[in-house]
Design a protein around this ligand. Structure first.
Ligand code: HEM
Length: 338
């Protein structure tokens, strides 16, 4: 098998792995693609940090300079933007794969770490959007952050922690910058490394016990090919479609432009039409997260069916997950069609 000459990427895996786990149609490489997107975000994010200035006066104009003046700045910004959008989708699909194959069985701790990663990815995309400081950030700042105020007892403190003062103002861009590049990113890296370490600690990716085994070299080849395909696609999208940049934000006249949530929070925006901000904007999203977190504890504690698509033991978990996903998708589509 030539393992004495194993290269760095091969060492990231056990010497042999169950053939089922390596089969592309089992994981669809979704966890690995998410890791790759996080790496692209880190590299492009560091490059953006050289030019971005988190102040009221310079936030928008520094983004405009990156986009229109810095050599290849537009391309770096596009890569960062598209990798961030894709990550929301690949992580959601990865979570769905884990549910439908019973990948959470005997891996509850890692499931919980995963739920934490999902929250961090959404918050990173949200704080990143605000850093643009263009007209599109008005929903985020006027509706999104105000939802924090609805949290009983802690509301005002949470709001001030998020916006850096009594109201949105001079302290806000640097506060979002701090959360985006340090607070949330460090947490994502910490949980991300823990998550991947736990996959190995849990005995590798879920699989049927007596599956035939395969050399890790074969897996690394598939990963290499997937990396090339994803990077090429991301590069092409970034060449063809620019990350949005609206006119500068004018928070004193928010009605002057349409105030819409970013696409991944359109579901929350739509839910707000059906109930009070506390109920629809705080309790309902927390309930969704609570049900997700409780899935391997309350809905399916059985070990049978692990590693099998649509296994019978996990039916209840699969149905509840599908229902939640459909509700979120329906609300998002409704919000998008308005
Ligand atoms: C930034 C976000 C995430 C990254 C980078 C990531 C990465 C990975 C990787 C590389 C694997 C192994 C290969 C694979 O299954 O594709 C994995 C497995 C796993 N992930 Fe994630 N993941 C993320 C988010 C999540 C989320 C949101 C959940 C669920 C709520 C989750 C739950 C799991 C579980 C339970 C496993 C083990 C699955 C099995 O053994 O079949 N992960 N993750």
């Amino acid at each position: 098998m030539g393992d004495s000459r194993a290269n760095f990427f091969e060492h990231l895996h056990p010497a042999t792995i169950p053939a089922r786990s390596a089969a592309f149609t089992y994981t669809f490489g979704l966890g690995g693609i998410s890791v790759l997107l996080v790496l692209v975000l880190l590299v492009t994010g560091v490059l953006l940090m050289f030019l971005y200035e988190p102040s009221l006066a310079r936030a928008y104009s520094s983004v405009a300079e990156i986009t229109y003046e810095a050599p290849y700045g537009w391309f770096v910004r596009n890569l960062h933007y598209w990798a961030g959008q894709w990550l929301v989708i690949t992580v959601t699909l990865h979570m769905a794969r884990v549910v439908f194959t019973g990948g959470y069985k005997r891996r509850r701790a890692n499931w919980l770490i995963g739920v934490g990663l999902l929250v961090l990815v959404l918050l990173l995309d949200f704080t990143g959007l605000v850093l643009r400081w263009d007209a599109d950030v008005s929903w985020a700042l006027l509706v999104g952050t105000n939802l924090l105020r609805e949290v009983p007892l802690l509301g005002e403190t949470l709001y001030r922690l998020a916006v850096g003062g009594e109201t949105v103002g001079a302290g806000t861009p640097v506060r979002f910058y701090g959360w985006h590049i340090a607070g949330l990113t460090v947490a994502l890296l910490f949980l991300g490394v823990w998550h991947i370490w736990r996959v190995r600690r849990d005995g590798g990716i879920s699989h049927a016990a007596h599956a035939p085994r395969l050399s890790r070299r074969a897996l690394v080849r598939v990963e290499g090919l997937a990396t090339l395909i994803v990077l090429t696609a991301l590069g092409l999208i970034s060449l063809l479609w620019d990350a949005p940049l609206a006119p500068p934000a004018d928070l004193n006249a928010p009605a002057a432009h349409e105030s819409a949530a970013p696409w991944f929070f359109l579901g929350v925006q739509e839910a707000l039409r059906f109930g009070s901000p506390l109920l629809a904007g705080v309790i309902a999203p927390l309930l969704v997260l609570g049900v997700l977190a409780a899935l391997p504890y309350a809905l399916d504690r059985a070990a049978e069916g692990e590693g099998h698509w649509f296994n019978a033991a996990g039916r209840r978990a699969q149905i509840v997950f599908t229902a939640l996903l459909l509700i979120v998708i329906a609300l998002t589509v409704r919000g998008a069609l308005r």
